[in-house]
Design a protein around this ligand. Sequence first.
Ligand code: C2E
Ligand code: CA
Ligand code: CA
Length: 771
Amino acid sequence: MTISLRQSLFQLLFFGVFITALLIMANVWTITSKAALDQVSKNIDVANTVLEQLMAERSNQLLNSARVLTDDFGFKQAVATGDIPTIQSVLENHSQRIDADFMAILDLSGQVIESQPAIFAKDTAFPFPEIVRSVLENGGADDALIVNDGLYQVIMLPIYAPNPIAIAGIGFLNGDAFLRDVKSIIQADIIVSLHSQSSSNPVVLHSSLPRYKAERVIAANQQTLNWFDVTFFRSAPYLIRQIALPDTISKEVTITLAVDVSNHFDNFSALQFSILVISLMAIAGSLLVSMFMAHRVSKPVASLVDAANQLANGNYDKSFRTHGKLREINALSVAFVRMKDSIQQRQESILTQSRQDLLTGLYNRGYMETLIEQQLNSGKKLQVIGINIRDFRTINDLYGYSNGDACIVTIAERIKEWSGTAARLSGGELVWFANEPLTQEQIESFHASLELPVITNQVVMSVKIIFTIINCPEDATSTQDLLRKMNILLDEGEQGAAWCLYFNNDVEQRYLRRLNIITELKKVLQTQQDELSLVYQPKVDLHNGKVNGLEALIRWNSKTLGFVPPDEFICIAEQAGFIEKVTDWVFSQVIRDVLFLKGNNISLQPAINLSMQDIQNRPLLEKLIQLLHENSLSTRDITLEITESDLVADANLAIDNLTFLRNKGFSIAIDDFGTGYSSLAYLKHLPVTDIKIDKSFVLNLSADSEDQQIVHTILSLSNIFDLKVVAEGVEDAQTMNILTEWGCDTAQGYFITRPLPLSELVEWLDRTEYF
Ligand code: C2E
Ligand code: CA
Ligand code: CA
């Protein structure tokens, strides 16, 4: 079980004072009580002594007066002669002189001769024969007598003439009046009581106290007292001491000294009471002080505890500052404040780090998602612009990662100049939005500001930026949806040349189709399948009108997607990076078909279409050569067609590999000439043997004078560079004629025949006039 600090402080303070007060009180109480008791018993001792002295004094006085009486010659004579009137008169005189209460004359046998006052009847026997005997034996007796319920102190002496002739007795009554006198001397009450055989209670004979009180004191018989009795039994506040009577008959008589202790104790009681009051006040005071102290300590501690709990819950607003007077508590609160500050700082820096993209200092993907979510939830119109560095991978490949990083950092710095919220999602993908959608002009100047060349210490890089723009809530209502659609736009953007793409459903449909094609085609290439096939389109030598070659063209009849045009899936496979697999398939298929044709005595070289990626793939090219070798074919049994594209990761590698192929003996044609980037002047540096005029210039050649001009120029220049020219897309006789007339080397097109499956090709060759 635990108790609160406040309780514990309170207990400590309060019980400390309480126990101390209690101890002091008890101590004072017992000491004072004991002192009081001591004083009382001393008093009673004194009273006792004084009483004894008084009695002795009285006894002396009695003895003296008895001697005077017994030595009186006249008296002796009167006794000896039995002269009663003289005896009476002497006794009377004497008694008056010494104020005796009792005088008597006995004869030696104990018969009363005279008694004044007449408490003993004349001529009767004295009722205390032991005294008579003692007087005769010892020459006198000092004793106390109970007569008629009165206690007399008596002295009895023999009267000598010269032999004893009689006994004289003289006594004082120790009555109430006497006792009261004594009391004023000894400061104690005196009670004379009688224990008779008949009654169990002693009977009070004389007392300085009123009778009823005296009886009570006797009955209480309080011989000792302790402080407890004194304190709590105030009803009988007399301490008594029984003192012995001088002599014999006293067995039944008791003299009790009684001291009224209440007087003594009252002083001490007053002291005790005041100490009690002081103690109680101290306890009450300590109660208040300890409550106050406990409050003063526990309140700031409680508020610190509260603040610490708030801190644990991530609430940093609660103040830890306490402004009490307790130094340690204040120090604790200062330490708490410091702890809070450092936790807060650390948390903030962790938070910032967790939100930041370390390279650019922009937000990272995770935090951007939250921010976009907030914007979307606010219900406002939101235009989110995806900012993508086109072919960022190629930049990394070409210039190295440090330059790639520098490129991103530069773009990020440029973005920061536009007020808005920006984040880097990954690689060269960034995202930006502002409070208000940008206008078309703003978008254009934003884009232009980002596309400035990036200059580092080592290189100057020209960058192309693709903007992918999602307008919310029309295009997307959730962050995930938004980012997904932005991805789709980017994918689309990377296929084409457009720099700014807006989302619409067609884009998404195209994307989904592309995705389907990729998955399906990959699947098809991995399994033994009959979905892919090759068709062959013959080429005709225009100089002699005979077939001089074939072009192998791939076909895909997908079970799930239906017929997919090669233009479409070849392009997708190139972008998705697995064109190598397609080419590989074509290689083996073409080699099989070449062997088949040779077996049928047809010696025609099929042209294989290589994509630019294939040209940069040396192992693939070597594999082709190896395949030819394995099948005892030579590099002259097939030809190659390549289409130049605008972005070649490594142009030198491409040229090296083309040279390698050329040196191995392959004929190489540049495909789709006229559409791309290759000029004839440039081709001079490429190890190619043929150019294929793109079908777009040929299809309408007979009618289109512009096309005629282009084709004519190409034909004349190729003559200068010593390149053979193939015209593809020849659809009519007129075109064939024009091309023949202008000295074109080879023609290919539907006019001759459409591309044919191998078996149909064989049939066609069998019946055509071109073979
Ligand atoms: P390309 O290499 O320019 O192939 C010639 C295309 O022109 C073929 O289309 C062919 O059918 C078509 N053609 C031939 N004569 C005529 C004509 O008189 N009129 C018209 N309108 N068209 C004609 P296809 O087979 O659809 O191939 C399209 C493109 O797909 C090819 O263009 C080539 O770039 C690519 N391709 C086809 N097969 C392969 C392949 O095995 N590997 C690679 N890398 N690309 C291939
Ligand atoms: Ca071709
Ligand atoms: Ca072509």
